[in-house]
Design a protein around this ligand. Structure first.
Ligand code: NAD
Ligand code: UDP
Length: 320
C-alpha cells in the first residue's frame, strides 16, 4: 500500500482529497493546524485505520519521528488559508503572515520532505497568480497582473513564491514535482463562515437574508464543482509525464457575480433581496481558465454543470 501525505487535509478541498485517496486504497496522512480547517470535515475519515491525523503547522519542520513510517510516496501541499473575504476571521487577509509562511516556509519544508523520501510532490497554487488578469481566458503561460504589496498580495505573492520554489527543486534536484492552479471551487464541506461567494450567497438565500453582491456584480468567476477538482488534482499527480508541468484546473463556464446571485436565489426559491456593497480592494474583474493543457495531457475536463453542482451544495448547507 502506498502512502500519501495531504497538507491542509482538514480543509474543504483537502478533506475531499483525503476521502478519495482512501477510497483508492492509499494510506493517508493528513497534516493540518486547523487555522481555517475543520475537524468535522474529518469525522468519517478518523474512523478509517488507514487515515492518520497529524496536528501540526507545515511551517514547522516535519520530523521523521512523528510519522513512524518507512515510505512516503506522494505529497499534496494544499495547506494555506484561501478566502479573500476581509469580513471573515478565516480569510488570508486576516492571516497575512501565516499565509505568506504556509506557502513559502511550508512549501520548503514539504519539498525537503519530498526529497528525503524520494516522493512525488504537487503544489496547489491558484488562479490568483494571474492577479487582476489583463487577458481572458487565462492560459498557463500568462504571467499575470499582480499588485505586489496590496491586501491580496500575501496570497498572490505567497503562491508565486510557492511555484518558484517548487520549480527550483525540480530544476536543481530533478525532483518529481508539479504545480496546479486551482480556479474557484465550491461544494459540500465549504466553511459556512469563510465568506466566499458560493457559501455566502447560499447561506444568505436559504435564510431569506439579503444576498450581498460586492460592486455592481459585473465581475466574473468560473465555478468548478469539488468532485471535478479532485479528479483533476489526482490526474495531475498520478498521470505520467506531468513532472515539471503546470496545469490550470477549473471550469470554464464563466458567469457574472450578479448572475450567480440570481441563479442561487432561483435555485433556493428564496425571498432574499439582492443588495450591493462596496467592491473589495483589488478584486479581479474576470476569471476564466483556459484548460486546454489539462485536457490534452491529463485527458481531464469538468463534468458537473454549474446548476447541478449548486443544487448539491444547497442541499449540503440545508442539511447543516
Ligand atoms: P481551506 O481553508 O478549506 O483549507 C486549507 C487547509 O489548510 C485548512 O484545513 C487549514 O487549516 C490548513 N492550513 C493552512 N495553513 C496551514 C499550515 N501552516 N499548516 C498546516 N495546515 C494549514 O481552503 P481550500 O479551499 O480547501 O483550499 C485548499 C488549497 O487550494 C489552498 O492551498 C488554496 O490556496 C488552494 N485554492 C483553493 C481555491 C478554492 O476555490 N477553494 C482556489 C484556488 C486555490
Ligand atoms: N463576492 C460577493 N459577495 C460576497 C462574497 C464575494 O459579491 O458575499 C464577490 C467577490 O467580490 C468576488 C467574487 O464574489 O468578486 C468571488 O469572491 P470569493 O471571495 O469567492 O473569491 P475570489 O474569487 O475573489 O478569490
Amino acid at each position: 500500500m502506498q502512502t500519501v501525505l495531504v497538507a491542509g487535509g482538514a480543509g474543504f478541498i483537502g478533506s475531499h482529497l483525503c476521502k478519495s485517496l482512501l477510497n483508492d486504497n492509499y494510506r493517508v496522512i493528513c497534516v493540518d493546524n486547523f487555522i481555517t480547517g475543520n475537524k468535522n470535515n474529518l469525522k468519517d475519515l478518523l474512523r478509517n485505520p488507514e487515515f492518520t491525523l497529524l496536528e501540526q503547522d507545515v511551517t514547522q519542520q516535519i520530523q521523521n519521528s512523528k510519522f513512524k513510517i518507512k515510505n512516503l510516496d506522494y505529497i499534496f501541499h494544499l495547506a494555506s488559508p484561501a478566502s479573500p473575504n476581509q469580513k471573515s476571521a478565516k480569510s488570508y487577509i486576516n492571516h497575512p503572515i501565516e499565509t505568506l509562511l504556509a506557502n513559502s516556509q511550508g512549501t520548503y519544508n514539504l519539498l525537503e520532505l519530498t526529497l528525503r523520501f524520494n516522493a512525488s510532490f504537487l503544489y496547489a497554487s491558484s488562479s490568483e497568480v494571474y492577479g487582476d488578469p489583463a487577458i481572458s481566458p487565462q492560459k498557463e503561460n500568462y504571467y499575470g497582473n499582480v499588485n505586489p504589496n496590496g491586501i491580496r498580495s500575501v496570497y498572490d505573492e505567497g503562491k508565486r513564491f510557492g511555484e518558484a520554489i517548487t520549480f527550483s527543486y525540480f530544476r536543481k534536484y530533478n525532483l518529481d514535482t508539479r504545480v496546479i492552479r486551482i480556479f474557484n471551487t465550491y461544494g459540500p464541506m465549504m466553511q459556512v463562515d469563510d465568506g466566499r461567494v458560493v457559501s455566502n450567497f447560499i447561506n444568505q438565500a436559504i435564510r431569506n437574508k439579503p444576498i450581498t453582491v460586492y460592486g455592481k456584480g459585473t465581475q466574473t468567476r468560473s465555478l468548478c464543482y469539488v468532485d471535478d477538482m479532485i479528479s483533476g488534482i489526482k490526474s495531475a499527480m498520478f498521470t505520467s509525464g506531468t513532472k515539471g508541468k503546470i496545469f490550470n484546473l477549473g471550469n470554464s463556464d464563466e458567469r457574472s457575480i450578479l448572475d450567480i446571485a440570481k441563479l442561487i436565489k432561483t435555485l433556493t426559491n428564496s425571498k432574499s433581496e439582492i443588495v450591493f456593497e462596496d467592491l473589495p480592494e483589488d478584486d479581479p474583474k474576470a476569471r476564466k481558465p483556459d484548460i486546454s493543457h489539462a485536457e490534452e495531457i491529463l485527458g481531464w475536463k469538468p463534468k458537473v454543470i454549474t446548476e447541478q453542482g449548486l443544487k448539491m451544495t444547497i442541499e449540503y448547507f440545508k442539511s447543516l
